[in-house]
Design a binder for this molecule. Structure first.
Ligand SMILES: [Zn+2]
Length: 488
């Protein structure tokens, strides 16, 4: 049996008005179309592609990886040119390796382009209709996918990450490889829940979401159920079909529908317990005044580059500037501001930082490239770049300014700037949950604040329009909330 494989990962945030172009993948991310280059890349990391190739190598299947595009950072919609190029390259690369019996596609599931709200659905439809592929399609998705009927109508079976903070890229790839070998045909059921959930309420290790995942695993012990996936959607999508979902792949349509309905009702019933975890600055300041133990993580929830915000908010710098001489230890801060970086590179003496344009001064202690390979529990072996960077020191504040943001929150980011996060009082991250995998700490180390940006968990602050205003918590719940869809 011949298996062809691809991985295409990008995440849109439609509140970020900046369209993303190809530079997000090449040179800032990964863009590979040659099988040998993909194999070499996959052998050095723990990606989905890597997990699938390793598992299939132990079978009598032959494998043909044909396309990998992984963004350096999430952002706004893909530009029309960028999406057209991805679509064409995916199609041409796939045609070069066809015929194949099975396709394994590792997609994100929350990609929007200009004029297209369901990029993955459109790509899958193109593979079936324009390329005429009739073999088995195995789809893996991010847990933040906005899963659509259009996607699941085209595939034979699907699965998704089971961790957040995400750590199971490789294991998801392995599971997809196993689904290549599954001979029974399945029906896909989607249970659509009219809600969006703050990321803090979807931690796979603790609380109600951990219990939901355990229930999903338990339900998979039924021989009629092949895969149960929970999708607390990427919430910053102002698009028609936005919803949280449960997806069940089942041999029996009845078992699939009953399982999806049961889990969705159970999940929606918990909605009044979903907590943002936000705290106010006076509480953060009093926490930082205590003696230094392990570093605190200053979590800039509203400006998370990992969720598609641009990283330009200087909220933490503004809040801490007054206390720069009195904080009891080093505080490492970060803002994305290409103009400041350029200005300092050419010797400007006064600059204004970030979205807030705050005027600050200090000593430049680093001026060079920000390029790093994460060493925590996520994105191992994958290199990231935030472009050129400078670090400015003022009292206890060490402010990293970079040309661009990136997809992960890992101590290697500050270390490549000659800073030491392990001995800091606090370290800023622009990530909701991924920092816990990067820094290998629990949620209790996070001091979560709100501010300007496209990823606020205070959803009511964002300019959602149309039917999105009917989703919980933007609206009170409807009396009969769960909608079911089943593949034919
Ligand atoms: Zn995700």
């Amino acid at each position: 049996m011949k298996v062809a494989l691809a991985q295409f990962i990008y995440e849109s945030n439609t509140f970020n008005s900046q369209e993303a172009d190809l530079s997000c993948f090449d040179p800032r991310g990964i863009w590979l179309t040659e099988p040998a280059a993909i194999r070499e890349w996959a052998s050095s990391n723990r990606s989905q592609m890597s997990g699938s190739l390793d598992d299939l190598a132990a079978t009598d299947c032959s494998t043909e990886p044909f396309f990998v595009a992984v963004c350096g950072t999430p952002g706004g919609r893909l530009s029309r040119d960028c999406y057209d190029h991805i679509r064409t390259t995916l199609a041409e690369s796939l045609q070069r390796v066809l015929p194949a019996d099975v396709l394994v596609l590792h997609f994100h599931g929350a990609v929007c382009a200009v004029g297209q709200d369901d990029v993955e659905g459109e790509l899958l439809e193109m593979i079936r209709t324009e390329l005429g592929f009739r073999g088995r399609i195995v789809l893996s998705l991010d847990l933040h996918a906005n899963v659509t009927a259009r996607m699941l109508q085209q595939v034979d079976v699907s699965t998704a990450y089971r961790t957040f903070p995400h750590q199971d890229f490789y294991e998801t790839g392995q599971r997809a490889a196993q689904l290549c070998l599954e001979s029974r045909s399945t029906v896909r059921t989607i249970a659509k829940i009219p809600a969006i959930i703050p990321p803090t309420a979807t931690d796979h290790r603790t609380g109600r979401f951990a219990a939901m995942l355990a229930a999903a695993r338990e339900l998979e012990s039924n021989p009629d159920i092949v895969d149960v996936s929970l999708f607390p959607v990427q919430p910053w999508l102002d698009i028609d079909d936005l919803a949280t979902r449960v997806v069940v792949n089942a041999v029996s349509p009845e078992a699939g529908a009953a399982t999806a309905q049961q889990l969705a009702e159970h999940w929606f019933a918990q909605r009044h317990d979903w907590d943002t975890g936000l705290i106010e600055w006076p509480e953060i300041l009093s926490t930082l005044a205590s003696p230094i133990g392990k570093p605190w993580l200053l979590v800039d929830t509203a400006d998370a580059t990992t969720g598609g915000s641009d990283g330009t908010s200087a909220e933490a710098i503004e809040q801490l500037w007054l206390y720069r001489e009195t904080l009891p230890g080093p505080v490492l801060l970060w803002v994305v501001d290409p103009e400041v970086v350029q200005g300092i590179k050419i010797g400007a003496s006064t600059v204004q930082f970030g979205l807030q344009k705050i005027s600050i001064s200090g000593e430049i202690i680093f001026n060079g490239e920000c390029r790093f390979t994460p060493r925590g529990q996520a994105y191992q072996g994958q290199e990231f770049s935030c472009g050129h960077a400078i670090v400015l020191r003022a009292g206890s504040l060490h402010i990293a300014v970079t040309e661009q943001g990136c997809l992960c929150a890992d101590p290697a980011f500050y270390e490549c700037l000659d800073l030491d996060p392990s001995s800091a009082l606090a370290v800023q991250v622009k990530s909701h949950m991924g920092w816990q995998a990067g820094y290998e700490v629990g949620p209790e180390r996070g001091l979560r604040f709100d501010g300007p940006g496209c990823t606020s968990v205070n959803f009511a602050r964002l300019p959602f329009t149309g039917s999105r205003r009917d989703l919980f918590p933007l609206s009170a719940s409807s009396p009969n909330p769960i909608e079911l869809w089943q593949s034919t």
